[in-house]
Design a protein around this ligand. Structure first.
Ligand code: HEM
Length: 404
């Protein structure tokens, strides 16, 4: 008998933040818990999923891709009423939704673009962008999300892929509408249409580089061949699609949550400005948990934390709960930018799918907060944060601030 009162993928329970009290109760009483019905789950042929809320169990699931497969729509534990089987299958062309050995081979190709060296080569350009973004805010007050937080993540991906300035606006809009569809503010756009727009754009880019190679990462990815494996133009298209979504909204929200938490805890903002602790970035990610949940599907009958789970069922890992697990984090509800160690699962657990862009995200977050501390040290909150209506992205849509 399910004891929980909530469906933790329900977007309405996140309007005031992560439902901490409910998650704490689930971690205590029902850590691997069957949620019988996902409203709006048409197009998907099962009737519910297992909610995993403890840190140790999320680790166990993420580590074992043989039992817990990523093939079935990893990213979205809750469905649009018009989500089709075809739409789900289309996503299997994305790295995120692959299992070994296919995943291993593809990841080896694309990880070339994300080595610490490759990321570090973007540092100077991104630092310059970060200063520009902060420096170009000309008003006394405004919306931190649209003025600052959203800019660097998009610019970083565009920089990484060599998307020209004039196309960056389109990439941004496609990416936004693919993620925020549960929120009325973004519901005008059709996520499938946006996906197609972005996919077409990426394929065109790959095609161009194939005929006209350049000295950039797109060319490297399109040309790369390891043991006979290479990315086709389609695969490349899906890869870019994934990057635009995976690296854009997530990092933006890490920045927005970080700023909101710093300004809500003035001692922490003072501490940041005076000592710039390197531990701050990971506390922003833990605190915000920009991705709230990803899921797996069991490939055979198994047992998790003593709970038997039959084959073919969905298992959802709630990072937004695991990152506040009181058995792992001292004072989890205290925002502490010097927290160390900080074994948060904001970038995924420890397995094969651990965030490919974690180093890039950390660099961006570090650069933007240093630019803010340098150029607008008197920034303060001017109103409440407005949350994105979503059960799988912990997002801040708007954050009113005074800049000086
Ligand atoms: C995977 C979170 C930034 C690219 C993941 C996963 C999480 C995550 C939780 C694990 C998926 C799974 O286990 O199924 C985040 C957060 C970010 C961030 C919170 C920002 C703070 C980025 C950036 C990029 C990126 C900047 C690239 C530009 C990816 C990719 C994967 C991934 C490609 C899939 C890896 C795979 O399946 O092997 N991310 N991410 N992420 N992330 Fe990130």
């Amino acid at each position: 008998e399910p004891r929980t009162r909530i469906d933790p993928t329900d977007p309405d329970i996140y309007l005031h933040g992560i439902p901490h009290a409910e998650f704490a109760g689930m971690r205590r009483d029902d850590p691997v818990c069957w949620i019988p019905q996902v409203r709006g789950s048409a197009g998907f042929d099962d009737e519910g999923y297992w909610a995993v809320t403890r840190h140790a169990d999320v680790m166990a699931v993420s580590r074992n891709s043989e039992t817990f497969s990523s093939r079935e729509n990893t990213a979205i534990a809750r469905f649009q009423p018009d989500m089709t089987r075809e739409g789900i299958e289309m996503q299997q062309a994305i790295l995120l939704n692959m299992d070994p050995p296919q995943h291993t081979a593809q990841r080896a190709i694309v990880s070339r673009g994300f080595t610490p060296r490759a990321i570090n080569s973007l540092r100077a350009a991104l630092q310059e962008r970060a200063s520009q973004i902060v420096g170009s805010v000309g008003t006394e007050s405004g919306d931190f999300v649209t003025d600052i937080a959203c800019e660097l993540p998009l610019q970083a991906i565009a920089e990484l892929l060599g998307v020209p300035q004039e196309d960056r606006g389109n990439v941004f809009e496609w990416s936004n509408s693919m993620i925020g569809y549960d929120d009325p503010e973004f519901s005008g756009a059709d996520p499938m249409e946006s996906a197609m727009g972005l996919l077409g754009y990426a394929m065109q880019m790959a095609d161009e580089r194939q005929t006209c190679p350049r000295d950039d990462i797109v060319t490297t990815l399109v040309k790369a061949e390891i043991a006979g494996e290479h990315l086709s133009v389609d695969e490349f298209g899906f890869f870019v699609l994934m990057l635009a979504v995976a690296g854009n909204e997530t990092t933006r929200n890490a920045i927005s949550h970080g700023m909101h938490a710093l300004l809500s805890n003035p001692d922490q903002w003072e501490l940041f400005k005076s000592s710039r602790p390197r531990t701050a970035v990971d506390e922003f990610v833990r605190w915000g948990s920009p991705i709230n949940v990803f899921q797996r599907t069991t490939t055979h009958d198994t047992v998790l934390a003593g709970v038997p789970i039959p084959r073919g069922q969905r298992v959802a890992m709630f990072y937004g709960s695991a990152n506040y697990d009181e058995t792992v984090f001292t004072d989890p509800y205290t925002f502490d930018i010097t927290r160390s160690p900080n074994p948060h699962l904001g970038f995924g657990g420890s397995g094969a799918h651990f965030c490919l862009g974690a180093n890039l995200a950390r660099l961006e977050i570090d650069l933007i907060f240093n630019a803010i501390a340098d150029h607008m040290p008197d920034i303060s909150l001017a109103g409440p944060a407005q949350r994105l209506r979503s059960g799988w992205i912990n997002g801040i849509k708007h954050l009113p601030v005074r800049y000086r």
